[in-house]
Design a protein around this ligand. Structure first.
Ligand code: HAM
Length: 417
């Protein structure tokens, strides 16, 4: 019979892969609450309009990458391509702003984008996502970036770079957009890719982050966004950068950083790595002061980021085995008559907080030792008829080979000692 395989771009995570994910989640749960972030779990499925209205109809995500389908009542639904939109919906729907001036949420889980799979790019991938809603002040930007860098610092990644830019606000961006469009129109259109020729009209800023080398060369002298911002936006960015410098957080200004989602204003940032190929962005985020009101909510500003867990996993220096805890025991019976006592002993050990494997089938001494070795257990425990009669179990230390008989009542204590 033909085998059924996983959908392309959807991966299975075995324990050694999950171990890396767990390590990231653990670091997130240690760091984020110290900045007063609480965990918010939102649904994987939302009405399509939520993403169209928040991410923007002109973005690649909405135009080409969403898993969208109609339910039995012909309502259009979409598997979330990112977490921000759902967090905003929940915030508005539950009237959170009326209860608290500042709300901070983190969300961990799978996202779905129908992109061409490659190293570090999946169709189902996982994000660790943070949103801070309420503060307009630049300190909130500096704080969330410090938190992101502290979190990443715990993961023992290789070289990573924090890149920062500011996209301005509704007061200054339209003028810059016009200056940029005029400048782009003065270029020979043959020097830009088809996407960029279209973006010139719909969203000229996106031309700046096109990855096609000729587009990059031909737009190298484009007018710089930061030179066309209003005094408030410039002062905002200055404050963010001043705090980062004071905290010893190194960064680069990247004039081309515009991000692929439409909701950003002012501070935008990405963390990039040179060592995972084309998909080098491991985290990205920014401020989105108009997003909540554009979704019908109150005029509450916000800032956030998301890290891609698959990409972080590629960068983590330890492999998953490193984080898998070593079992305490491997317990085997040498004779069918010992199986009940073995079952009981395994449960006593687990009740005492120890972990390990019980061999269900009776084994020879040789095979029990081989399996114990393979399981990486600290101790092999063997129950034969002699031990059964004496109320003991043979305990072999797998590191130094020492073996002794221990009373079964004291086995847990002996393994812990
Ligand atoms: P984003 O830049 O679209 O931003 O995604 C954030 C991160 O998710 C990327 O830097 C990357 O590490 C990871 N990622 C994205 N697509 C894929 C994929 N197909 N496969 C593997 N990893 C991927 C957002 O999603 C925003 N919602 C971030 C944000 C939160 N902005 C404000 N708040």
């Amino acid at each position: 019979m033909a085998q059924i395989q996983a959908i392309k771009g959807f991966a299975d995570l075995f324990p050694e892969d999950s171990a890396l994910f767990l390590r990231m989640e653990q670091a997130a749960r240690e760091v984020f609450p110290r900045y007063a972030f609480g965990e918010l779990r939102t649904p994987l499925l939302e009405y399509t309009d939520l993403f169209r209205r928040s991410i923007g109809t002109e973005t690649d995500v909405v135009q080409k990458e969403m898993y969208t389908f109609a339910d039995s009542k012909e309502r259009s639904m979409t598997l979330r391509p990112e977490a921000t939109a759902g967090v905003m919906r929940a915030y508005i729907e539950h009237g959170v702003h009326a209860r608290e001036a500042v709300s901070k949420f983190f969300t961990i889980g799978p996202m779905f984008r129908h992109e061409r799979p490659q190293k570090g790019r999946m169709r189902q991938f996982h994000q660790i996502n943070c949103e801070c809603l309420g503060p307009r002040e630049a300190e909130a930007d500096a704080e969330i970036i410090c938190m992101l860098m502290e979190f990443l610092g715990r993961l023992n990644l290789g070289d990573i770079t924090l890149q920062i830019n500011s996209l301005g606000c509704p007061n200054c961006r339209p003028a810059y957009r016009k200056i940029l469009r005029d400048w782009l129109e003065s270029l020979d259109p043959a020097g830009l890719c088809e996407d960029c020729r279209r973006r010139m009209e719909t969203n000229p800023l996106r031309v700046l982050d096109c990855k096609v080398p000729t587009c990059r060369e031909n737009t190298a002298r484009a007018p710089v966004m930061l030179e066309h911002q209003c005094p408030e936006c410039s002062a905002h960015l200055d404050t963010v950068l001043r705090h980062l410098r004071a905290q010893g957080v190194s960064f680069e200004i990247n004039h081309r950083l515009v991000r692929g989602l439409d909701y950003y204003t002012r501070t935008t940032f990405e963390v990039v790595s040179g060592s995972i190929g084309a998909q080098g962005s491991v985290a990205g985020g920014g401020r989105y002061d108009g997003l909540i009101s554009s979704l019908g909510g109150p005029d509450v500003p916000g800032i956030g980021f998301a890290c891609g867990m698959e990409r972080l996993a590629l960068l983590m220096r330890e492999d998953g085995e490193h984080f898998l805890s070593r079992p305490d025991f491997y317990l085997a019976s040498l004779d069918d008559s010992c199986r009940d006592a073995a079952f009981e002993l395994a449960q006593i050990l687990r009740g005492a907080g120890l972990g390990g494997t019980l061999a269900f089938e009776t084994r020879s001494m040789k095979s029990a030792m081989r399996q114990a070795d393979k399981s990486r257990a600290r101790f092999a425990l063997i129950l034969g008829p002699d031990e059964l009669a004496a109320g003991t179990v043979a305990v072999r230390n797998m590191e130094n080979g020492e073996q002794r008989a221990v009373s079964r009542a004291e086995a847990a204590g002996a393994l812990k000692a």
